[in-house]
Design a protein. Sequence first.
Length: 141
Amino acid sequence: MGGDFKAIADDPYPWFSYQHDVGFDPPGSNRLILFDDGHRRRDKFPKSNNRGQVWELDEQAMTAKLVLNADVGVYAQAVGSAQSLSNGGYSFESGIIDPAALFCRTTEVAADGEIVYTQQADGILTYRSFRVPDLYTPPRK
């Protein structure tokens, strides 16, 4: 919230808080991908869910353009991950959705933020999850 960059976004509360798995994607680019726990936003809007976000940073103009702001459909209190996929979509992990019931969910979204797949695991929390094409192909670097 605040800071040196001006947000370019349609969302009235675009900034992330308590984010996880933040990284430039691909490394060295101006594109930032992250999982937004959104605790600060949830303080203001109690029914808010976690979000998967992609930002394009312009350090010369000091702007941050929100190019993906995907509502993942659930609210996890802690942990999560973010990954771009080879098909142009993204995978986001909501790690601890309900500490009492203990479950987590991976949500895949298309490039436009539409949810195309979810996988829920009951009785466990997941710190990070990553989609892999198979068990033999090395990860992209």
